[in-house]
Ligand binder design. Structure first.
Ligand SMILES: [Zn+2]
Length: 247
């Protein structure tokens, strides 16, 4: 990008380097179309993903873009967020530091004003937006490859993004077919749950110490070796289990 700016500056006096990688421009200069960009918003989706989505689902508008990274000629910017009725959106939302802005991006586009949306999203199954939107989508593609984002203002990123990704398709109305994928919500086992504890018991017959298996309910008192759930150890003659760390 810096090299490009140097090339432009070589053809006009309206743009010049001010040192330290910063650039100055003459406000109102007619030969420049200046767009201020937030560097952290310029991470770009790999081309194979948006190219596939646009072709397969006839998308016609990029929901979150700048003139630099738009993947369709029609796009909305950070400032221009008004939804276009009936648009078929490509949506690669800004994730923010902790993916906290995804819910708002989905709420602004999915099932709004007759729009269709295809979005690239991290597979975060514990989030509310996953269950509110992704679980009710028309199609979900689970990407076999991880995703690497690049940014023309930054050095090339060495590694793929940490999460797995899905490509999710919403048609303009909520899907009415019941999904074969169901949410599951279970109360957390508490710290005193027997299945979460190392329970040591002493045999009332032989005096040996034993650890109760996690699956074993609390034995009637007094404990005896014969009550152990694992038949290999369920006698006073059996060896005593010990576990040693190799670290
Ligand atoms: Zn015993």
């Amino acid at each position: 990008m810096n090299q490009y700016l140097h090339l432009v500056a070589s053809t006009t006096s309206a743009l010049w380097p001010s040192g330290g990688g910063r650039w100055m421009y003459a406000p109102g200069a007619t030969e420049l179309a200046v767009e201020r960009l937030s560097v952290k918003d310029q991470y770009e989706t790999p081309a194979q993903l948006w190219r596939y989505a646009i072709d397969a689902f006839s998308l016609d508008r990029d929901a979150h873009a700048s003139s630099l990274n738009a993947v369709l000629p029609a796009y909305s910017t950070r400032e221009d967020t008004a939804v276009r009725a009936g648009a078929r959106y490509w949506l690669n939302p800004a994730y923010g530091g902790h993916c906290v802005t995804i819910a708002a991006s989905l709420a602004a586009h999915v099932w709004v004003d007759g729009c269709a949306v295809v979005a690239l999203l991290p597979a975060l199954l514990h989030t509310d937006w996953w269950h509110d939107y992704v679980m009710r989508a028309d199609r979900i593609f689970y990407l076999r490859e991880k995703v690497k984002f690049t940014n023309p203002f930054m050095e090339e990123v060495a590694s793929d993004y940490m999460f797995s990704f899905v490509l999710v398709v919403w048609e303009p109305q909520p899907c009415v077919v019941e999904s074969p994928w169901q949410p599951l919500s279970l109360p957390r086992a508490g710290p005193s749950d027997p299945g979460q504890l190392l329970r040591v018991r002493r045999c009332g017959a032989c005096g040996k110490y034993c650890v109760l298996p996690r699956y074993q309910s609390e034995p009637d008192h007094p404990f005896v070796c014969a009550a152990l759930g694992d038949p290999r150890f369920a006698s006073c003659e059996a060896p005593c289990s010990v576990w040693l760390s190799d670290g």
